[in-house]
Write a protein that binds this ligand. Structure first.
Ligand code: BMA
Length: 339
């Protein structure tokens, strides 16, 4: 019997492997990682930090594709099993709400999710500097870009999978124009995905451990559970060889998601394997998506590894919530409304 439940749909065929024996951590890796390797398709040298969803009995994804000229754009991909991906050589073409071309100069770190009957892509775009782009699609053929929700500089836009108290809710991480040396997670609300307000502070970097000392940023779309919104996020520490990105877990209040209920003081995944330690940027784990099965509580996490590969890791709703509660640390005023 599960103590905690995912509030969502059953998805029995998501990728899954049982936890290896003698593995103590609450998250474990897919044994055949990385699932997307270098030069995955003509013209694309690396794919990482990407997002996937179930679609029409199969899977579809929006991938951060670093082209052979070094610029990132968003490409679609399709899969039967969510592990072997067929990536489009061409980038997604966006139009604005009048149907005119509205192409980003660059696009990276996409999140992808369904709210009601529409799929949304949220990514880091160029809006006179790094900022958050949003587009919607119903059929993965036409992609309509909405107005940019926030002013620059901002990254790690993450939309919640349903409205809360009548409004859409988006997490973001206000930042600077470079490799931001600071950053907390905030949220904003909107009745229509155009006008955003009611901004709240959600959670701070820092705490007793050092792995999230420099900055943090939202990860995959939060998962609704019986205990609150379960979210994986990235936490960054500084070393004499640069930044190191690990993954943490947090549970936010269901009705007031700017309040942290529980937050793990320890990382739940940190660079340890060759594909996480060595690549275009060493020592990066950057989660952007999950697939979940409400019936079994299984969670498959998709993360970018070393800005070069896509990895998959597993946990269950019971295991990760239990770990997050047992290892909870109050950081700053995380548990307040953050007004
Ligand atoms: C961040 C983003 C991510 C990247 C990470 C590590 O600022 O640009 O796309 O994975 O740095 O390089």
């Amino acid at each position: 019997m599960n103590k905690f439940n995912i509030i969502g749909e059953a998805l029995p065929n998501i990728p899954w492997e049982e936890k290896p024996e003698n593995h103590h951590a609450p998250v474990w890796r897919h044994s055949q990682n990385p699932v997307i390797k270098r030069n995955p398709v003509n013209g694309v040298s690396r794919i990482f930090n990407s997002a996937v969803v179930p679609y029409e009995g199969k899977y579809i994804g929006v991938f951060r594709a670093e082209l052979v000229n070094g610029r990132p754009h968003l490409h679609l991909g399709w899969s039967e099993d969510a592990l072997k991906w067929d990536i489009d050589e061409n980038r997604i073409e966006f139009v604005d709400e009048n149907g005119d071309p509205y192409q980003p100069n660059y696009a990276y770190d996409p999140r992808l999710l369904k709210v009601e009957d529409t799929y949304y892509i949220i990514w880091c775009t160029d809006f006179y500097g790094a900022a958050i782009g949003v587009a919607k699609t119903k059929d993965f053929k036409e992609f309509v870009r909405l107005e940019n929700p926030f002013l620059p500089f901002n990254r790690n836009g993450v939309l919640f999978p349903r409205r809360i108290n009548g409004n859409y809710v988006m997490l973001s991480r206000p930042s600077d124009s470079g490799h931001t040396p600071f950053g907390d997670i905030f949220l904003s609300e909107s009745p229509d995905l155009t006008f955003w307000g009611k901004h709240r502070h959600v959670m701070s970097k820092g705490g007793d451990g050092w792995w999230q000392a420099v900055k943090i940023g939202g990860g995959p779309a939060p998962i609704e559970t019986s205990e609150g919104w379960l979210m994986f996020y990235h936490g960054v520490t500084g070393t004499c060889n640069g930044l190191v990105y690990s993954m943490g877990s947090v549970i936010l209040d269901l009705e007031n998601p700017s309040k942290v209920k529980y937050r793990s003081k320890n990382f739940v995944l940190t660079p340890e394997e060759w594909y996480e330690e060595k690549g275009f940027v060493d020592n990066v784990i950057f989660p952007c998506a999950t697939l979940t099965d409400a019936d079994t509580g299984r969670i498959a996490i998709y993360y970018g590894a070393a800005d070069t590969y896509v990895g998959v890791a597993y946990t269950t709703v019971d295991e990760i919530i239990k770990y997050t509660i047992e290892n909870h640390e109050d950081i700053a005023d995380d548990n307040e409304l953050g007004k």
